[in-house]
Ligand binder design. Structure first.
Ligand code: SAM
Ligand code: TMP
Ligand code: ZN
Length: 416
């Protein structure tokens, strides 16, 4: 295992996109790797780092102070399987169809995905008989994609690997990434790689959690090791401009608590849509990238922590049973920042076999299969997977019928 973040080394306190000074506005303390679910053997060997977030005074990019080395986060045992949610499966099937209809229209089109995971999107492309390639360094999830017929390389996407694919396969019509670009600190290498691989007139499309939603929902749990950047239209437009691209479209998505799908094209190749100007104006109007807004967000995060911990302590004192639902990467921040351990939440249930019968990172809450939830139902369930609330509440109606109540903490702490 190499001990590096990626292709370029980072300079502390400096923006990874433009080199400007980064000012910290929130310190979430000592945190573990959010997807490192522990077995009894590796319990004593946990990696911790200081989780903090700041904004660049020059390009406004909101980013983590420190990011763990990529090989520690994305490896053979990476336990996140995108197809675990039926809503996400539908979302990516629909996205793939859209690309096939609108972008992959020439002779022998070529679609590339960065972070294709278990093939949730590229399977549809494969089934349509369209040439494609997924970059997926996490071994086991990549193997699941290959099992669906998807063509996958185990390389990390970066300039050198993109150049190699261009030489072997020719130019791409679409380079797509979901919940992956915000995970990658070496953004210069990524955009040079996109420039090398993307054909003339092609688009680079990526969707990630939106800073605007994180601030309005106070969803501080979107901040964890893998989420190096919290993008806004302003910061993405500036990042694109610095690398010869332009932000030509934005689309709001409801998935994962509110995301934006950004479309980049080479500067001058496509006319930006009116939605780009509208979102930039909206961000200006609400002062999204003003330091005062971000400091106000940080104050609300501390309020949520205090209210949630007070509620859980009271329930414990009253002898109520409390479990958690969804061993999300996000919940690593909630449990470690708030100090919520097995004393307050007896276990967390999750449908992912790779997480089950392990302990949650840092907080060491046991992870149990989904079947443990109803055996018997607890009095309260802390919904860590709040971004899948609709899907989960629809299938867990018997929990409320049994008298159980959900505890939510985004956008504020409440019992429903
Ligand atoms: N795209 C899927 C989705 O939206 O559900 C997966 C998202 S998952 C949170 C992020 C994925 O990006 C992981 O599977 C990880 O292995 C992969 N990844 C991280 N860095 C990468 C890089 N430089 N190139 C390609 N994939 C990368
Ligand atoms: P995510 O918020 O990063 O997508 O992670 C969701 C986690 O919640 C993942 O570990 C799978 C789990 N999950 C369930 O246990 N039951 C469900 O119904 C859904 C949708 C997710
Ligand atoms: Zn910057």
């Amino acid at each position: 295992m190499t001990d590096r973040v990626g292709p370029a080394q980072e300079e502390k306190g400096r923006c990874r996109v433009c080199g400007g000074a980064v000012h910290e506005f929130l310190d979430l303390g000592r945190n573990p790797l959010s997807d490192n679910f522990l077995t009894a053997e590796n319990l004593g060997d946990e990696f911790f780092f200081r989780l903090s977030v700041g904004f660049c005074e020059s390009c406004t990019m909101v980013q983590l102070g420190e990011v763990p080395p990529r090989e520690r986060m994305f490896h053979d045992d990476y336990p996140y399987y995108s197809s675990g949610s039926s809503v996400m499966r539908k979302h990516f099937e629909q996205t793939a169809r859209e690309f096939l209809e609108t972008e992959a229209t020439g002779d022998d089109p070529f679609i590339v995905e960065i972070g294709c995971n278990d093939g949730v999107l590229l399977k549809t492309v494969h089934d349509a008989g369209v040439r494609h390639l997924g970059f997926e360094p996490s071994g086991k999830v990549a193997e699941v994609a290959r099992g669906k017929g998807v063509r996958v390389t185990g390389d990390f996407f970066e300039e050198a690997t993109a150049v190699a694919v261009r030489a072997a396969d020719g130019p791409a019509d679409v380079i797509f990434a979901a919940n992956t670009i915000c995970h990658i600190p070496y953004m210069g290498s990524i955009l040079k790689g996109v420039d090398a691989l993307l054909g003339p007139g092609g688009v680079f499309v990526f969707e990630d959690p939106y800073l605007g939603e994180i601030v309005s929902k106070t969803s501080f749990d979107q901040i964890y090791d893998e989420h190096c950047f919290l993008f806004s239209a302003h910061s993405v437009a500036e990042m694109a401009r610095r690398h010869g691209f332009a932000l030509v479209d934005v689309r709001r998505l409801e998935v994962h608590g509110g995301e934006i799908r950004y479309t980049l094209a080479r500067a001058g190749e496509r006319e930006p849509t009116a939605d780009v100007a509208a979102l930039l104006a909206e961000e200006d109007e609400r002062g999204l990238t003003d330091p005062a807004t971000l400091k106000g967000f940080a104050a609300k995060v501390v309020e949520i922590k205090d209210t949630l911990v007070t509620l859980l302590r009271r329930l414990k004192d009253e002898g109520r049973t409390v479990v958690a639902y969804g061993a999300t990467a996000k919940s690593a921040t909630v449990t470690n920042f708030c100090g919520i351990g097995p004393d307050l939440v007896s276990f967390v249930c999750d449908t992912t076999p790779a997480k089950q019968d392990r302990l949650s990172p840092g907080a060491h809450i046991p992870v149990r299969p989904a079947s443990a939830f109803s055996d018997p139902y607890p009095d309260y369930a802390l919904l860590f997977a709040w971004n899948h609330a609709e899907e989960i509440m629809a299938k867990e109606q018997d929990f409320r019928r049994s008298g159980g109540r959900w505890i939510l903490y985004v956008p504020k702490v409440r019992v429903v």
